[in-house]
Ligand binder design. Sequence first.
Ligand SMILES: C[S@@+](CC[C@H](N)C(=O)[O-])C[C@H]1O[C@@H](n2cnc3c(N)ncnc32)[C@H](O)[C@@H]1O
Length: 183
Amino acid sequence: MRALDLVHDTIKKYVKAGSICIDATMGRGYDTAYLASLAGDSGKVIAFDIQKSALDSTSSLLKEKGYENVELILDSHANMAKYATDESVDCIVFNLGYLPNGDHTIYTHADSTIEAITSGLKILKKGGLMCVSIYYGGDSGYEEKDALLPFLKNLDDEKYQVIMASFFNWKNDPPIPVFILKN
Ligand SMILES: C[S@@+](CC[C@H](N)C(=O)[O-])C[C@H]1O[C@@H](n2cnc3c(N)ncnc32)[C@H](O)[C@@H]1O
């Protein structure tokens, strides 16, 4: 099983026709397209990236698949609360690290990721799901993971359940899928 399969299987339980979703790190658009397929024409996906090449790839993928329920935004996910009202979003997905087959010097960073998760938790509905797949090591290093884990560990347990999966016997910095459920 890949981290992606675990995340997509979980998302499927929370995202239904009519859901409002955010892809916080659109990259090549695979998560955006998956969310769009589940949310359907009566739902909506808002996807963010700071790289124009990510928007171009995602736009082509969505055209190819015929999904028209997506808004692509060239902005940092730290600003996501400007695009949705409090407690209006069913699912928010982060896939951290750098753009696959892209520039490895541009990747997610702890300060903006933590700001984005904090904003995301405000706009997430009660009963909603946030998925944060932590990719680290290699060119993006360990700084983001090392800051994120204590931040996630300290989220208020009256308001959120934080569930972390571990590929326990994998070598070489396996991804860490984290699921945050808003009570
Ligand atoms: C691992 S990739 C995402 C892969 C994507 N989910 C897919 O299906 O292809 C991480 C993406 O986060 C983007 N990114 C980095 N910092 C960001 C920020 N502050 N706001 C939004 N996106 C950011 C990068 O440009 C990169 O495209």
